[in-house]
Design a protein around this ligand. Structure first.
Ligand code: ZN
Length: 60
């Protein structure tokens, strides 16, 4: 089942919530956004990035 990628315009606006605010890259395989600076992974659910630091790692 193909994942829904965030819109490119949204990707350009997204930055890591950590103080470095590095840009994020969309990983299509993982259906997640990966920080280019700290490599934190943010899940994307139905095209909506989950930008909580608490959600940066799978909880279940
Ligand atoms: Zn980061």
């Amino acid at each position: 089942m193909p994942a829904t990628a965030p819109k490119p315009v949204l990707l350009e606006l997204l930055r890591c919530p950590e103080p470095h605010h590095a840009p994020l890259a969309y990983d299509r395989e993982a259906a997640a956004l990966v920080c280019s600076e700290c490599a934190k992974v943010f899940r994307v659910e139905d095209g909506i990035p989950v930008m909580l630091l608490d959600g940066a790692a799978p909880l279940d």
